[in-house]
Design a protein around this ligand. Structure first.
Ligand SMILES: [Zn+2]
Length: 313
């Protein structure tokens, strides 16, 4: 039977509105507007980057993203999408202070298909932040997630360094958001709590220079605004980095083929950034890209992620 690990998903409200939705049935917050640019992108087969022409379109995109989280990032809708699409496991990535390891862990106890990651709590003093991460690993955290934009911190900041070293030295995967994406409209009270420039790929180049051997997964293949995948591949090739992996959320068949060519079939993984992608389209794109090569498809869907997650199932 086909096995699929989705390497990038979210549970709960990752945004600063911090709605308590992770364990509630959907329907609490409904999208008031019919047009959903994420759906539009999906229907195109992810044949274009996740960028919009103007502020108005950007506001529509921001709203749609928030409503996707509020309506779908709960254990019920997420469980249903796994049933429907045949996804075996979802790596659940918390973003502190809005969603926590505890939510991902609780979800994994209720439904073992959730694979919990943890995220540093930068509100704690360094020593406590590190003690918490060590405790999370003991409790079952399988990797580290940082969101430089939403958490308002450069991935190369010295406060990120100790968590990255902790997971890196344990040969555990480290993933962080990449891509210069807006999360808040100009009039939002939360805009000042985020810094979209922290999604730029330059930070990744600096990080990889410092930690060339750790298992690092810059999310969205380095970013989904256009051109990041190729730039990342060039840096990886030039410097001979062996442990940089890419996941293909928001990317279609052509990019999957290209990524396998650029990074090799052992370094590319299936991901949806659920609930921002709706999973079945991502699966179709993978079949289109790699369907002729069952070994490469199995590596893409399952084996590469299972290896770096040290899963024994
Ligand atoms: Zn994400």
């Amino acid at each position: 039977m086909r096995r699929i690990i989705d390497f990038h998903t979210h549970l709960g409200d990752i945004f600063h509105e911090n709605k308590s939705i992770a364990f509630k049935r959907p329907g609490i917050v409904k999208h008031p507007d019919g047009f959903d640019p994420f759906e539009d992108l999906e229907q195109s087969g992810f044949t274009r980057p996740l960028i919009v022409p103007d502020i108005e379109a950007q506001n529509v995109l921001i709203d749609a993203g928030q409503y996707r989280i509020w309506d779908r990032a709960n254990i019920f809708t997420t469980g249903e999408i796994m049933d429907k699409t045949g996804i075996s496991y979802m790596v659940s990535m918390p973003i502190m202070p809005n969603t926590s390891f505890e939510e991902a862990l609780a979800a994994s106890k209720l439904d073992p298909r959730f694979i919990p990651f943890t995220c540093p709590d930068f509100d704690l003093p360094d020593e406590q932040m590190m003690a918490k991460l060590k405790k999370d690993i003991a409790l079952g955290a399988k990797g580290l997630k940082i969101h430089p934009i939403i958490q308002n911190i450069e991935i190369t900041d010295q406060r990120c360094e100790a968590p990255i070293k902790l997971f890196g030295e344990l040969d555990m995967p480290i993933s962080y958001h990449c891509g210069v994406n807006d999360y808040y409209k100009a009039d939002s009270p939360y805009l000042s709590l985020t810094n979209l420039n922290y999604g730029a790929l330059d930070y990744t180049f600096k990080l990889l220079k410092k930690f060339p051997d750790y298992v690092i997964i810059p999310a969205h293949g380095g970013g989904s605004c256009g051109g990041e995948l190729e730039a990342l591949a060039e840096a990886v090739k030039k410097n001979g980095y062996k442990n940089v992996y890419v996941e293909m959320s928001h990317r279609g068949a052509a990019d999957i083929v290209k990524s396998v060519e650029l990074f090799g079939e052992d370094r590319v993984m299936f991901a949806t950034d659920w609930p921002f992608d709706t999973c079945d389209c991502n699966i179709k794109c993978a079949e289109e890209a790699l369907g002729g090569d069952p070994v490469a498809l199995d590596k893409y869907f399952y084996r590469n992620a299972a290896r770096i997650l040290h899963l024994n199932f």
